[in-house]
Design a binder for this molecule. Structure first.
Ligand SMILES: Nc1ncnc2c1ncn2[C@@H]1O[C@H](COP(=O)(O)OP(=O)(O)OP(=O)(O)O)[C@@H](O)[C@H]1O
Length: 666
C-alpha cells in the first residue's frame, strides 16, 4: 500500500468524521428527548418533511421527463441544458435564492403573472418548496440520466416492436429497469431538499410554521440556544445517515444504473422478384392451431385462442412482404408468406441496419415502401407496424417473468390480462419452456432465454418477424436444439421471417432463401442450394467453407488477381462459360484439393506450392490452411495428414483437377 496515498486518505476520513463526532460529543443527551419533542421543533420537523416531500414530487414530475429527454433525444443546445441542470448544484444557495426572487418573486419575470393567478411564492410554504426543488432536482436528473444512459435501447425498441406505444414502453420497461437509479436519485434529491437552507431563507424567509424548516431553525437556535442547535442538528444528521444507509447497497453495489440485464441498386440478380417457398396455401394446413394467434395485430384486441379451444378458428391471415429499403442498405425484398430469409454478409455489411430500417428505428436506412399483405406500414410508427424483433441477446425484460415477457405484446395490444397470460403460457409450452413460465430472465439459461424471446415475439401476432442472430450466444449442442425448435415454429408462421446469421449451417438449414449483403448492397438472393452451388462472392463461398478465387476469364482459363492462372474444364451444356474478359469466381470445395509433399505428376493441371499455416479439426477430418498464391483450404483425413507429416510450417504441393472447379460469373 503506497503511504503517499493511504495517509492523505486517512486524514480525509478524520477530517470528515471529526465534526460529526463533535455533534455526538456536544449533544445535550439528558435533555434531548424534551428538546426534540418541543412544539417548535416538531412543527419545524413536520414542515421540513412536508416541504422536502413536495419538492421531491415536483422534482419527479419535472425531472424524470427531463432526464429522459437528455438521455434519449438528440436536440440542439443539449449540452447547454445539461449545464443548466447542474448549475444549482454549484451555485451558492443564496445566489440561487436571489435568482429565484428575480424569476418568481413579486417583481421578478414571472411574479406579476403569478400574482394575477393569486399565487405568491416568496415568504410562503410553496416558495420553500420551489427553492428546495430548485436546488435538489439536479441530483435526481443526473442520477436518472446516468441510469438511462446505462440502459441499452434495445429493451425499449423491443417493447415498441411488440406493439407497446412510447408511453407504455416508458412506464412498463424504462422506469422499472432504471428503478435503482431512480430511487437513488430520488433519495438524494429528497435528502438535499431536507437540508436546504440558503435558497429557502433568501427566497422564502424564515417564518415559523410557514417556511421555518429544521435547517433554518438550527441557524436561529445557534444564536440563542447552542445546545438546542446541536440537538436539532443531531436529528438532521440521523435522518441523512438513515437515507445513506438505506442506499448503501446501491452505492457499494456498483452504482445507481439500471439496465444491466444479462448479458443486437435493387435486388441484385433479380432473383428476388419471385421468391416462393411455402406459400399461403401451405400455411392454411396449420389453420387449427395458427388461426387464432395471428389476427390483425393493429385491430381491436380480441382474445387470442392459441389452442383453438373455442373451435371457431378462422383461416389465418397471410402476410407477404414487399419492401424497398434505401439509405445505407439498399435492398428490394419481395417474399411470399411463410418464407424464411437468411440475411448473411461480412461484419458491417448492413444486416442489422436492414432490420432496423424495416422497423423504422434508424435514420441511416429507411423504407421507401413497406407493405405487409395489403397494408402499407412504412409510414406507421414502430409500435403500429406489426413487426416483431428479437435482438441478438433476446432482450428479455429482466424485471418480468418469462410468462409476463411473453404476454407483453398481447397486453400492449389491449388483450385482457387473463387471456394474454393463457396465450403466453400456450406459446411457452409450444416452445418447450412452459415449465419456466414463472422464472425471471436472470434464472434462465441462454437457450431457454432464446426460446422465451422467440415465444414473446410470436405471441405478439406479428406480420413480419426479424431475428438478429438468434442462436449466436448458444453453445453447439443447445444451438442444434434451438435451431430445430425454431425451424418447426417458423414453419407455422404466416408472415415472412428475416434471420440475420453468421452461421452457414443456420442459413442453409433454416432459410428458404439467402440474402447476401455486402457494403449495404445485395450480392445474391437465392435459394440456399443455389447459393451453396454458385456463391456469387468470395465471402459467401468462404462462409460455406469453400475456396473462392476471383479473377478474369482469359483463353479458357481464369487469371487470378494475384497473378496465378487456373485451367478450367470445357464448359458443359448446363453451365455456359462466362464471356472472355469478364470477372468470375472459381469455387473449389476443400475436399477437392489434394495435398502432396512432392510435386505431383500426372493429370491435374492446377498445381502450386505453399506453406501450411494452420491445421484445424473439422468433423472427423482436418482442415489445412495453406499460404500460397492463391490461399487454399484443403481437407484431408487424420490418417492422410499423419502419413504426409503435415504440420504448421511444412512445405506442401497442392493440386486441383480442372473438373472440380466451379466458375461463377460475377
Ligand atoms: N449508429 C451508427 N452510426 C454510424 N454508423 C453506424 C451505426 N450503426 C452501424 N453503423 C455502420 O453501418 C455499417 C453497417 O452496420 P450493421 O450493424 O448494419 O452491420 P452488420 O452487417 O449487422 O454487422 P455485424 O455482422 O458486425 O453485426 C457498419 O459500417 C457500421 O459501422
Amino acid at each position: 500500500m503506497p503511504w503517499a496515498l493511504a495517509l492523505p486518505g486517512v486524514v480525509a476520513v478524520v477530517f470528515l468524521l471529526l465534526p460529526l463526532a463533535g455533534v455526538l460529543a456536544g449533544a445535550p443527551w439528558r435533555t434531548l428527548p424534551d428538546r426534540l419533542t418541543a412544539p417548535a421543533v416538531t412543527e419545524a420537523l413536520g414542515l421540513s418533511l412536508a416541504v422536502s416531500g413536495w419538492a421531491l414530487l415536483l422534482s419527479l414530475v419535472l425531472g424524470v421527463p427531463l432526464a429522459w429527454l437528455l438521455a434519449r433525444v438528440e436536440f440542439p443546445g443539449k449540452a447547454l441544458v445539461r449545464c443548466l441542470v447542474m448549475l444549482p448544484m454549484v451555485l451558492p444557495p443564496t445566489v440561487a435564492g436571489v435568482a429565484l426572487l428575480e424569476g418568481y418573486g413579486r417583481r421578478g419575470l414571472l411574479g406579476p403573472w403569478l400574482d394575477g393567478l393569486g399565487v405568491t411564492l416568496p415568504f410562503s410554504t410553496a416558495g420553500a418548496v420551489v427553492s428546495s426543488a430548485f436546488v435538489s432536482m439536479p441530483f435526481l436528473v443526473i442520477s436518472l440520466e446516468g441510469a438511462l444512459a446505462g440502459l441499452h435501447r434495445r429493451y425499449e425498441e423491443t417493447a415498441l416492436s411488440l406493439g407497446a406505444g412510447p408511453l407504455r414502453t416508458f412506464f412498463t420497461v424504462t422506469v422499472p429497469m432504471v428503478a435503482p437509479g431512480l430511487v437513488a436519485g430520488a433519495a438524494l434529491s429528497w435528502a438535499r431538499a431536507l437540508g436546504e437552507f440558503g435558497a429557502t431563507i433568501t427566497f422564502a424567509g424564515n417564518l415559523p410554521g410557514t417556511t421555518q424548516t429544521l435547517p433554518l431553525q438550527v441557524y436561529l437556535l445557534l444564536q440563542n440556544d447552542p445546545d438546542g442547535a446541536v440537538a436539532v442538528s443531531l436529528l438532521l444528521l440521523v435522518v441523512a445517515t438513515a437515507v445513506l444507509v438505506a442506499l448503501r447497497g446501491r452505492w457499494l453495489g456498483g452504482g445507481a444504473g439500471g439496465g444491466h440485464a444479462r448479458r443486437p441498386d435493387r435486388a441484385g440478380d433479380g432473383a428476388g422478384a419471385v421468391p416462393h417457398t411455402r406459400g399461403a396455401a401451405d400455411t392454411a394446413d396449420t389453420a387449427n392451431t395458427a388461426a387464432a394467434e395471428y389476427r390483425e395485430p393493429a385491430g381491436p384486441a380480441e382474445h387470442p385462442d392459441p389452442a383453438g379451444k373455442t373451435g371457431t378458428a378462422q383461416p389465418p391471415a397471410a402476410w407477404p412482404l414487399t419492401a424497398e429499403v434505401a439509405g445505407y442498405t439498399r435492398v428490394r425484398l419481395d417474399a411470399s408468406p411463410g418464407t424464411t430469409i437468411a440475411v448473411v454478409g461480412p461484419n458491417g455489411a448492413g444486416k442489422t441496419t436492414l432490420l432496423r430500417a424495416l422497423l423504422g428505428l434508424t435514420p441511416r436506412a429507411w423504407t421507401d415502401s413497406l407493405r405487409l399483405g395489403a397494408l402499407d406500414v412504412g409510414e406507421l410508427p414502430v409500435h403500429r407496424r406489426g413487426i416483431a424483433w428479437v435482438p441478438q441477446d433476446g432482450a428479455l425484460f429482466p424485471h418480468l417473468t418469462a410468462l409476463s415477457n411473453t404476454a407483453y405484446g398481447l397486453r400492449a395490444q389491449g388483450v385482457g390480462k387473463r387471456h394474454a397470460r393463457v396465450a403466453a403460457q400456450e406459446w411457452l409450452d409450444r416452445l418447450g419452456v412452459g415449465h419456466l413460465a414463472h422464472r425471471r430472465p436472470g434464472q434462465l439459461s441462454g437457450g431457454q432465454a432464446q426460446r422465451v424471446a422467440l415465444a414473446r415475439a410470436l405471441a405478439a401476432r406479428p406480420r413480419l418477424l426479424l431475428l438478429d442472430e438468434p442462436l449466436a450466444a448458444l453453445d453447439q449442442t443447445t444451438r442444434a436444439r434451438v435451431r430445430h425448435a425454431l425451424r418447426s415454429h417458423l414453419a407455422d408462421f404466416p408472415g415472412v421471417c428475416l434471420i440475420v446469421t453468421h452461421d452457414p449451417v443456420e442459413a442453409v438449414s433454416l432459410a428458404d432463401r439467402v440474402l447476401v449483403l455486402e457494403d449495404g448492397l445485395p450480392v445474391q438472393y437465392a435459394e440456399p442450394a443455389e447459393v451453396a452451388r454458385h456463391p456469387r462472392s468470395p465471402w459467401v463461398a468462404r462462409m460455406l467453407g469453400r475456396n473462392a478465387w476471383p479473377g478474369t476469364v482469359r483463353g479458357g482459363g481464369l487469371e487470378l488477381s494475384d497473378g496465378a492462372r487456373l485451367v478450367l474444364a470445357e464448359p458443359g451444356d448446363d453451365s455456359p462459360a462466362p464471356a472472355e474478359g469478364s470477372p468470375a469466381l472459381a469455387v473449389v470445395g476443400p475436399e477437392a484439393v489434394s495435398v502432396h509433399r512432392e510435386r505431383p505428376s500426372g493429370s491435374p493441371r492446377n498445381v502450386w506450392e505453399g506453406t501450411v499455416r494452420e491445421l484445424t479439426a473439422h468433423g472427423g477430418r482436418l482442415r489445412v490452411l495453406v499460404d500460397a498464391a492463391p490461399e487454399v483450404v484443403a481437407e484431408v483425413t487424420a490418417a492422410a495428414a499423419a502419413e504426409l507429416g503435415l504440420a504448421e510450417g511444412a512445405r506442401v504441393w497442392l493440386s486441383v483437377k480442372a473438373t472440380e472447379i466451379t466458375v461463377v460469373g460475377l
